[in-house]
Design a protein around this ligand. Structure first.
Ligand SMILES: Cc1ncc(COP(=O)(O)O)c(C=O)c1O
Length: 328
């Protein structure tokens, strides 16, 4: 991934890596403003909000366009307002709900032009997109084992040389003294193998997934003509298709599809079960009803054409039934 061994700080997963980057850089920089995109995963948003509630941080949510992208001019204007006050910037590589890819190298160049460190959560991206830590220009990058087919409970913060966040965990001084604690070597070995396999296989997997996803999108559109594809139509994670089915409750769709053996997700998988419209869709200027009628299909290395065929075969009937059940 373009990181030197000394730039890999192992953690217990993406959540810890995001917390270390955001809290640690905020504490190290001793400046108030945290510029963070409005569509981040809660693992990045919540530590920023916690710092605002408890440590005097000023969190500025960078707005996104209707496709979920932070425009470079938006970041430039936010930093320019007072460059000396900015502790850090955090913008994810690709969104976990709608799949939109952010212009991270461009954003990194803007942050660096002002001497501000930038963190990117690349948890969703590394198996599906060419992500190179050194070339991206970011100072800190979050990755996680279980999103690349590796074990749960292990991840890493890639941390450029000379970037020194204040530790969240203090103790034995492991991992550059940034993350103390005896490392879970078996989990790390599994994580390393999974990252290696996913990076090696990406050149054939990504186009295969994109073709399956495109087929899924076009057949869902044929079956449900008023369906809306959320996120960027092309510049998105190859395995992501995120739809709004107008007039439906996402949870009703989820249950009807589950009964037919199809697993998908409303909102972020990590926050499913919490009956709130997705903050990502709301940030994309969607109204609550549209946000609540949304569903994400994720394709991965085990997905096949017959999985897509199955969705295409049942989606019209399922949507019809969910519409009759109505919005609550
Ligand atoms: C974009 C993103 N960041 C962070 C996380 C949290 O990672 P972990 O579950 O390894 O703590 C997730 C998990 O889904 C994610 O999708």
């Amino acid at each position: 991934m373009g990181a030197r061994p000394s730039e890999v700080v192992f953690t217990s997963g993406g959540t810890e890596a995001d917390n270390l980057a955001i809290k640690g850089l905020f504490w190290a920089r001793k400046r108030p403003r945290i510029l963070i995109s409005a569509v981040e995963h809660h693992a990045a948003l919540d530590p920023a909000h916690w710092l605002a509630d408890n440590q005097g941080a000023v969190v500025e949510l960078l707005p996104v366009d209707a496709q979920g992208r932070v425009h470079p001019d938006t970041l430039r204007a936010a930093i320019d307002a007072n460059p000396d006050d900015v502790a850090l910037v955090s913008v994810m590589w690709a969104n976990n709900e709608v799949g939109t890819i952010q212009p991270v190298p461009e954003l990194a160049a803007i942050a660096h032009a002002h001497g501000v460190p930038i963190h990117s959560d690349a948890v969703q991206a590394i198996a599906q997109l060419p992500v190179n830590f050194a070339e991206s220009g970011v100072d800190a990058m979050t990755i996680s084992g279980h999103k690349v087919g590796g074990p749960m409970g292990v991840g890493a913060l890639l941390l450029a040389r000379g970037v020194d966040p204040v530790p969240v965990l203090h103790g034995g001084g492991q991992e550059r003294d940034v993350r103390s604690g005896t490392l879970d070597a078996p989990a790390i070995a599994g994580f390393a193998a999974a990252v290696q396999a996913s990076v090696d296989r990406r050149p054939e997997q990504a186009p295969r997934l994109a073709a399956l996803r495109d087929d899924l999108v076009s057949r869902v559109r044929q079956a449900v003509p008023d369906v809306i594809l959320n996120g960027d139509p092309t510049d998105r994670l190859p395995g992501n298709a995120h739809f709004t089915f107008p007039g439906c409750e996402g949870d009703a769709l989820l249950m009807l599809l589950d009964a037919k053996g199809i697993e998908c997700s409303t909102g972020s998988a990590c926050s499913a079960g919490v009956a709130q419209p997705s903050h990502v869709l709301l940030a994309m200027d969607q109204d609550t009803a549209r946000a609540r009628g949304s569903l994400r299909f994720s394709l991965g290395h085990t997905s096949t054409q017959s999985d897509v065929d199955r969705v295409a075969d049942v989606i019209a009937v399922v949507v019809e039934r969910a519409r009759r059940a109505g919005l609550t």
